[in-house]
Design a protein around this ligand. Structure first.
Ligand code: COA
Length: 389
């Protein structure tokens, strides 16, 4: 999961100004594109949405190259995680000229401003939504939750964790709701915890970030443990990390034959969550669970079915049609009877699951502060940043 600290930039218009104050030197550019470059700096200030850490690193690097030239700063030490990201991004620009850096900076700001005006036109057309990171509908007894950040493969930000907790609470409390479903927008079900949650380190430092992340994760998983109505996963594509582990707490999981299931915790210097350290060995046996949770094995939908993580695999071309029919049929079943049956099936384990959840989060709080974890996350963003330059 999740460490918090990703501030809700989208609600704070001044984030780019803060970003520029923090990351830009007050150096004046001197190049072929001076006027457009200065204009691009101004337009950057007016963006409403956070472009994400990878893009912010690119902006930083191009600005430095445009105003100072080739990277001439000493490489920051291991403990200065943010400084190292910035230095690497700048250094990766190598020998490109200051004019070329100005040009790329202007193009990047142009593309951000263009994407934002297209998105705001779309938002006006659909009107105000209760959730920003989820698309939720509530009709015919079916509370349907769609993870809705397709451009980021539905990676889970702090805001999305909070919104999923609120949505589950609403579905639990609304007496017209019979069942709840989860699916993903776009080609992915979910790429797990948004790794940029780890990069916005608060003034209280990494430890504070990890503790808050542990609290959030525990509340998030508890919302699944305690959900009183049938909960159905509609895994429309690849699933990673916490989006896989919590599936063990669902009552049915239908997967497209395009879906894969991947829990790369060791690879990321982390450890299992979502009660998977307890539920997965029960579902599939210890050896098969370890293959996933310790050794990072990515499994297909068919393998997930064989391991009892998935109820049924459905061909991708009929996935939406067939699951819609299934969900509608389930929602017609007598709702009280289903609730009593769920209590009988799940309640004997509930206390144990809360204990497991607490312990998994305690271990993760330590893992998130480890060098193994920080290095793995830094490598992910470094690779993304380098592949764009
Ligand atoms: N956290 C943050 N950003 C993520 C993300 C995650 N978990 N998963 C995807 N993204 C972002 C990418 O950085 C990229 O952003 P960009 O367009 O600004 O560069 C965008 O989503 C699209 O992803 P991309 O990597 O280009 O797509 P892909 O099809 O090549 O690969 C994944 C998809 C999910 C396999 C790959 O992004 C990945 O490995 N993500 C990390 C998954 C992970 O480790 N999750 C945590 C588990 S504990």
């Amino acid at each position: 999961m999740a460490a918090p600290i990703l501030r809700k930039f989208s609600r704070t218009r001044g984030f780019i100004s803060r970003f520029q104050r923090n990351f830009h030197l007050t150096v004046q550019a001197m190049g072929a594109y001076d006027a457009e470059f200065n204009n691009a700096k101004e337009r950057l200030n007016n963006l409403k949405e956070d472009p994400g850490n990878v893009v912010k690193l690119q902006i930083y690097a191009l600005f430095k190259q445009a105003t100072v030239g080739k990277c001439n700063a000493p490489k920051p030490g291991m403990l200065d995680v943010v400084g190292k990201y910035k230095w690497n991004a700048w250094n990766d620009l190598g020998d490109i000229s200051q004019d070329e850096a100005q040009k790329q900076y202007i193009e990047l700001v142009d593309s951000l401003a263009g994407a934002e005006s297209a998105a705001s036109a779309g938002a006006e057309a659909t009107g105000d939504q209760k959730f920003e990171t989820l698309a939720v509908s509530n009709a015919g007894g079916i509370y349907s939750i769609t993870l809705n950040r397709p451009n980021k493969k539905n990676a889970i930000t702090v805001q999305m964790y909070e919104e999923m907790i609120s949505a589950l609470k609403e579905a639990a409390e609304d007496s017209t709701v019979v069942i709840a479903t989860f699916t993903g927008a776009g080609d992915f079900y979910c790429s797990g915890n948004d790794l940029s949650n780890f990069m916005n380190i608060p003034p209280e430092g990494i430890e504070g970030m990890a503790i808050k992340g542990g609290e959030l994760l525990e509340r998030f998983v508890a919302a699944f443990i305690d959900f009183p109505k049938p909960l159905i996963g509609l895994v429309n594509g690849p699933a990673v990390g916490v989006s896989v582990t919590v599936l063990g707490l669902f009552d049915a999981v239908y997967a497209s034959d395009r879906a894969t299931f991947h829990t790369p915790f060791s690879q990321l210097g982390q450890s299992p969550e979502g009660c998977s350290s307890y539920v997965f060995p029960k579902l599939m046996g210890a050896a098969k669970a370890s293959e996933m949770l310790l050794f990072n094995k990515k499994i297909s939908a068919a393998e997930a079915f064989n391991r009892n993580l998935v109820t049924q695999v459905i061909p991708d071309d009929v996935f939406v049609k067939e699951t819609t029919a299934k969900v509608q049929a389930i929602a017609q079943l007598p709702k009280e009877s289903m609730s009593f049956s769920k209590v009988l099936i799940r309640d004997g384990e509930r206390e144990k699951l809360h204990k497991v959840n607490k312990e998994e989060c305690r271990v993760l709080v330590g893992r998130w502060q480890s060098n193994e974890c920080m290095t793995a996350i830094m490598n992910f963003f470094q690779q993304k940043s380098s592949s764009k330059l």
